[in-house]
Design a protein around this ligand. Structure first.
Ligand code: HBI
Ligand code: FE
Length: 290
């Protein structure tokens, strides 16, 4: 277990419940914490029209989310359950892989109950209530995404047992977290890691720097990703419906094929890729020089 996963618990303490859930403790949020939510909520809501996909916008409209307060997971779950059968449960931060997957397999989305500090508005490593709720929950209102994330939970449990989680986790990363989708008007965000980030929202859709390529499963499973900065490459679905196929896929033959052949760096572009935009790489190049 990593150090990160112990965060939120007293040193050496075991989680109170075997499934790592805790009470959200909604009444204990301070005015300052609600104010951080308000800042983040307003800034993202103003930014996302024209950047987020229709499913995200519709999900958001139908949820009891507002600027003035951190949402109550019980209220949120009542609405979510009616639409797609999902609910939101509170966890203290990152939880062990098997625990995370077991929740997803049962249509429970584990959301951090804490919120970032005012000096962490733009970036923090652990998923907090803003990332988990604002980023993920609107897409859980979408039936296709609802089924896909549950299927990922089942696949994750199997992948963990057979030592293939690294490859499977790339699928989640490049879809649920950092996915783009084609829409009639242009490329749009559906990934929660992008939708909950002020700076990456415009970077992912509008910047010349990153590559944007058609999503291809085996290609994605071979592709490393950045966890500490904007992505160098985004993979684009033709439609959210494409996730249905991915939800029903048998991963075993893919794992077998991945045992031979290459893995790719985040910024690689291959001859076989469907390149929608060949990135200039300027953003990451500038960073390297600093
Ligand atoms: N725990 N709370 C939380 N949120 C995550 O996204 C998460 C996790 N534990 C493990 C995990 N993600 C990843 O290891 C898998 O998606 C691969
Ligand atoms: Fe996430």
């Amino acid at each position: 277990m990593s150090e990160k996963i112990k965060h939120g618990l007293a040193a050496g303490a075991a989680p109170q419940r075997a499934d790592w859930t805790i009470d959200q403790g909604w009444s204990q949020y301070t005015a300052d914490e609600h104010a951080v939510w308000e800042t983040l909520f307003n800034r993202q809501t103003q930014l996302l029209p024209g950047l987020a996909c229709d499913a995200f916008v519709h999900g958001m409209q139908n949820l009891p989310l507002s600027a003035d307060r951190i949402p109550d997971f019980v209220e949120l779950s009542q609405v979510l359950r009616q639409h797609t059968g999902w609910e939101v449960v509170a966890v203290p931060g990152l939880v062990p892989d098997e625990v995370f997957f077991d929740h997803l397999a049962h249509r429970r989305f584990p959301a951090g109950n804490f919120i970032r500090k005012p000096h962490e508005l733009d970036y923090l490593e652990e998923p907090d209530v803003f990332h988990d709720v604002f980023g993920h929950v609107p897409m859980l209102m979408n039936p296709v995404m609802a089924d896909f994330i549950q299927a990922y939970g089942h696949a994750g449990l199997r992948a963990k047992q057979i030592g293939k989680l690294t490859e499977l986790a790339r699928v989640y990363w490049y879809t649920v977290e950092f996915g783009l989708v084609r829409q009639a008007e242009g490329l749009r965000i559906y990934g929660a890691g992008i939708a909950s980030s002020f700076s990456e929202s415009s970077f992912a859709v509008q910047s010349d720097s990153p590559n944007r390529m058609g999503f291809e499963l085996e290609r994605v499973m071979r592709t490393r990703y950045r966890i500490d900065d904007f992505q160098e490459s985004y993979f684009v679905l033709n439609a959210l419906q494409d996730l249905l196929e991915l939800a029903n896929i048998e991963f075993a033959p893919y794992y077998a094929r991945l045992d031979s052949g290459l893995s790719y760096q985040p910024g690689d572009v291959l001859a076989a890729d469907t390149v929608l935009h060949r990135g200039t790489g300027s953003y990451h190049r500038t960073k390297l020089q600093k």
